[in-house]
Design a protein around this ligand. Sequence first.
Ligand SMILES: [Zn+2]
Length: 251
Amino acid sequence: MRLITRFSFLLAPLCLTLSTAHAAENHWSYTGDHGPSHWGDLGSSLCSSGNEQSPIDVEKSKVEPKRVAASELKLHYGKAPLTLINNGHTIQASVSDGDRLSYKGTEYRLLQFHFHNPSEHQFNHQPYPMEMHLVNQDKDGHLLVLGLMVKQGHANKQLAALWKQLPAKEGEQTQIAAKLAPNLAKLVPTASHHLYYHGSLTTPPCTEGVQWVLFEQPIEMSKQQIEQFHQLFPDNHRPTQTASGREVDED
Ligand SMILES: [Zn+2]
């Protein structure tokens, strides 16, 4: 009996320490003590030690042109039912099924899309007001992310219905029927050049081996649509990471 008591004395502070450490590992943000410069110390070491991190500042003068044939990227996107969630870091739309793309002969399935304010990638040191990421995965788990820059202009009709239902509170989620979901085939610019490079997730754990495809032609959202997102997420971007030694190809 005495032994058990002694053990529980020993165990109590240990459990507390472990649970605190575990909570810290999972808690990251875009500002302050848990912001991007601390992600590496919060249990996601790749965020500080990785060599192929995203996003990057694309300097157009250094881009290698026409290394990839545009025909190697084929999108088979449309309308699909979505689960829209405010995960505390962004608004994410999880796609149940149906949207696919192929890149260099490999098939990928669209898992989810989400948004950043301001854009994470920059072009010649200039950010855009927002950036949309469409995260695709092949059958072996490899990720390919499409990055669409958002400039201020006309209201985006494809996103209008979604924007009426943005979940305002962290953890809140809502189901979107296919008829109210954006037609992604119409949302994504068709006559656009693309930039290709190897990078990472832009959030912890900053996993590398991600094929990035950035569309050079931005999509448009109205001032009101952009402001509505900015009110929910005043800043949810990771700063640009070093691109040195990496090839950025253009089609
Ligand atoms: Zn993203």
